[in-house]
Design a protein around this ligand. Structure first.
Ligand code: ZN
Length: 319
């Protein structure tokens, strides 16, 4: 069965330093090994893909990537350079790789232009955004231009976690809860809900948002979101679609990245529908062969398995 992974990270020597903050939430030895594998684009990576039966990796720059750059001009030029490198890598291995662009969101107009260039000239399939950009989230009015372009080009934006601006008070004294194990998920789910209540999907009904990690917990809470929205909304916000879950069922697509467990997959399929669940591994932070084995053996409908493995990605990314 053709298998396409949507959350497959890499980094370049020039951009590796942006990950210094991310390294602080990992075991040093494990981080060193992941860093080594992030820097390899076509060697060990292709061997691991072959061994795992992963036909295509949709590559993305590792978190936080360009968004950590403080200088606007440097962010713009480095995003263009890494997207060019990504396109060249894909061109050399067109049957094995596709890519999500990195965007210099520090400069919204430049980010929108880079998205357009990446899709129309480089053949990339959308963009991957790593959480906030110096505290600015994707519902910010200044970033509507990026959504306008994404909708116009009919490409998804993949919202991936990164270290937050600060940690919630409830996590004080518990650094073990800060990072991918816990806080990145709640941060990213919160960011996605900012898009719903911030009107992004009312302004751009055709926008497509991808979330990794089995939807960062959101598929599990649709009913409660709707119920409590009806009871507690007194902020003057109107949702054109009426209920929060309507946006999560319409605009949201999720990947299985970093989650190899059947109950959350079955929940995601039931909550969002089988056309909105796609495969991903979160390489090199998870192993490709573990993820593909999970995909092949999970107790789900065979038609749904094919949708998750490849047909949803082929449709959404025009692969
Ligand atoms: Zn990831």
């Amino acid at each position: 069965m053709r298998t396409i992974g949507l959350e497959e990270h890499f980094v370049t020597p020039e951009l590796e330093g942006y990950g210094a903050g991310t390294a602080t939430v990992a075991q040093p030895g494990r981080w060193a090994e992941a860093s080594r594998r992030l820097l390899d684009l076509t060697g060990e990576r292709l061997e691991a893909m072959d061994a795992a039966g992963l036909d295509v990796q949709v590559l993305s720059l590792n978190s936080p990537g360009i968004q950590a750059e403080p200088d606007l001009g440097v962010a713009v030029s480095r995003a263009a350079a890494v997207n060019d490198l990504l396109a060249a890598t894909i061109e050399a291995h067109p049957s094995r790789f596709a890519g999500f662009a990195a965007l210099p969101l520090q400069d919204p107009q430049a980010a929108a232009k880079e998205l357009e260039r990446s899709v129309t000239q480089l053949g990339l399939r959308g963009a991957l955004v790593n959480a906030h950009t110096h505290g600015r989230y994707l519902d910010d009015p200044a970033l509507r231009v990026v959504w306008e372009h994404a909708e116009g080009l009919d490409v998804p934006l993949y919202l991936h976690p990164a270290n937050g601006v600060d940690a919630a008070h409830v996590l004080s004294g518990h650094p073990e809860l800060i990072g991918p194990m816990w806080s990145w998920g709640t941060d990213t789910a919160s960011h996605a809900l900012r898009l719903v209540f911030g009107g992004v999907f009312d302004d751009f009904p055709g926008a497509k948002l991808l979330l990794g990690h089995m939807g960062e917990g959101l598929p599990y809470v649709l009913w409660r979101l709707d119920s409590r929205w009806g009871f507690h909304n007194h902020h003057g916000i109107e949702l054109h679609r009426g209920l929060p879950s309507a946006y999560l069922r319409h605009n949201l697509y999720i990947t299985t990245s970093g989650v190899c467990s059947a109950p959350p997959l079955q929940c995601a399929l039931a909550a969002l529908g089988p056309d909105h669940v796609l495969f991903g591994t979160d390489y090199p932070f998870e192993e490709m062969d573990v993820a593909t084995e999970f995909l092949r053996t999970a107790p789900i409908d065979e038609g749904d398995r094919a949708k998750i493995a490849h047909t949803n990605a082929e449709r959404l990314l025009k692969l």
